[in-house]
Design a protein around this ligand. Structure first.
Ligand code: NAI
Length: 405
């Protein structure tokens, strides 16, 4: 099936930021909006005319939904997580899935900076007390952050942003990462986690949730931290052993903590939140809001809309979570054909056989594969592209073929 002449229709669900519709319409796409998260039956009913669908975290795109669709080329998760989509089933159908993993990086970094100062000045407790009429005017235990040492565990997108902001406020920054990272500004890399823990006045966690980071901060690590230091966790709840943190706070070895993520979190704002950290002094608890800002929502809208544009218009899969990533510049004077096929021996030979029989003039050909699929991008002389695409789409192992311009 080729679809070069059809104007792609895009459906955006769950109140995606208006910037996405604005940007996509400016590119000539037809965009429809729905505010709710349709269930499986409704998705099967409404999705067939659409080339792309944008969702947030509540819409579940199951195998059954995917199997019912022949027109859908891509799914955009206008959020960070993608586990609401059956990624493997999407791949088998040749449907690329995009998300926006780094649009909220700055929002998390700013929260961490705010929390360092709040902990250092006991703002949480003093604020609560002032609200109930208690006047606690005292300098005891209150410190500036200037000149203190911040230890960042995980120097990726967020960790490195925190590093830059913290240095601007006069903190010394050290970091620990399992991958060699270029230190920004005057930050210094620690060769061991224990070295970082022993040196830092504040420790902030910015590692991913993987088996190696599960419970990475427990009793032993907390004891290695300086007496009177602070811990901040806005990464994932599984990284810190909460019961050990409670003990370290009660014994005053740790002077306070700010926690945004928990081993078990309420599924919605209607559910009650319970944590052993509740009620302890100088403990800031936030409901996983590190990345929840209006700017991040807008940035997510723009980022995924751009992924749609690049995928639908030039076939770029850069940033797709379930597809080989290919990002090729457009060649003037040619048309581009995209083919997703099963990655089995002989498929490329069959495709090249078709090209050779047609005597087609191929200006550029690029194949990227993973263990299940191959993604072929071919720039062909315009007069031949539709014929080639029609022939290639008939191959038994072709999953999806389209012409983009
Ligand atoms: P990233 O992938 O850019 O950086 C993670 C860094 O951690 C990488 O440099 C990696 O090499 C390093 N790392 C991995 N395993 C490590 C280990 N065992 N020890 C030390 N370093 C290790 O990720 P990004 O975007 O900076 O996100 C970091 C965390 O923040 C993730 O867990 C993410 O889920 C969380 N997050 C939380 C949000 C919130 O609302 N609180 C919002 C956005 C992200």
């Amino acid at each position: 099936m080729t679809n070069a002449n059809l104007k792609p229709k895009i459906l955006l669900l769950e109140n995606i930021h208006p910037i996405a519709k604005e940007r996509l319409e400016a590119e000539g796409f037809v965009v429809d909006l729905l505010t709710h998260a349709p269930d499986e039956a409704e998705l099967i009913k409404i999705l067939p005319p659409y080339t792309a669908v944008g969702i947030r975290s509540k819409t579940e795109i199951t195998k059954k939904v995917l199997e019912s669709l022949n027109n859908l080329s891509c799914i955009g998760c206008f959020c960070i997580g993608t586990n609401q989509v059956d990624l493997a089933a999407a791949k088998e159908k040749g449907i690329a899935v995009f998300n926006a993993p780094h649009s909220n990086t700055r929002s998390v970094a700013e929260l961490v900076i705010a929390e360092m100062i709040a902990l250092s000045r006991q703002l949480g407790d003093r604020n609560s007390k002032a609200h109930i009429g208690e006047w606690v005017k005292s300098a005891e235990g209150s410190k500036e952050v200037r000149g203190k040492t911040l230890g960042i565990i995980g120097y990726g997108h967020i960790g490195s942003q925190v590093s830059v902001l913290a240095e601007a406020m006069g903190l010394k920054v050290i970091f620990f990462d399992t991958v060699k990272k270029l230190p920004l500004g005057n930050a210094r890399s620690s060769s061991h986690l224990s070295e970082l823990l022993a040196e830092s006045d504040f420790v902030t966690l910015h590692v991913p949730e993987v088996p190696e980071t599960m419970n990475m901060i427990g009793k032993d690590q907390l004891l290695k931290m300086k007496k009177g230091s602070y811990l901040i966790n806005a990464s994932r709840g599984s990284v810190v052993v909460i019961e050990d943190l409670v003990e370290a706070l009660k014994s005053k070895h740790i002077a306070g903590c700010a926690v945004d993520v928990f081993p078990v979190e309420p599924a919605s704002n209607k559910e009650k939140f319970v944590s052993p950290l509740q009620g302890l002094s100088n403990v800031i608890l936030t409901p996983h809001i590190g990345g929840s800002t209006e700017e991040a929502q807008k940035s997510i809208g723009a980022e995924v809309a751009e992924s749609f544009r690049r995928f639908l218009k030039i076939g770029s899969t850069s940033g797709a979570v379930n597809f080989p990533n290919v990002d090729l510049p457009v060649k003037m004077g040619t048309s581009r054909m995209l083919n997703v096929h099963k990655n089995e021996p002989g498929v490329l030979g069959e495709i090249n056989g078709i090209i050779s029989v047609a005597g087609a003039n191929i200006e550029g050909q690029y194949l990227s594969t993973d263990n299940r699929i191959g993604y072929l991008v071919m720039d062909v002389h315009s007069s031949q592209v539709d014929l080639l695409a029609a022939e290639i789409s008939k191959l038994k192992r072709s999953i999806r073929t389209r012409v983009v311009y």
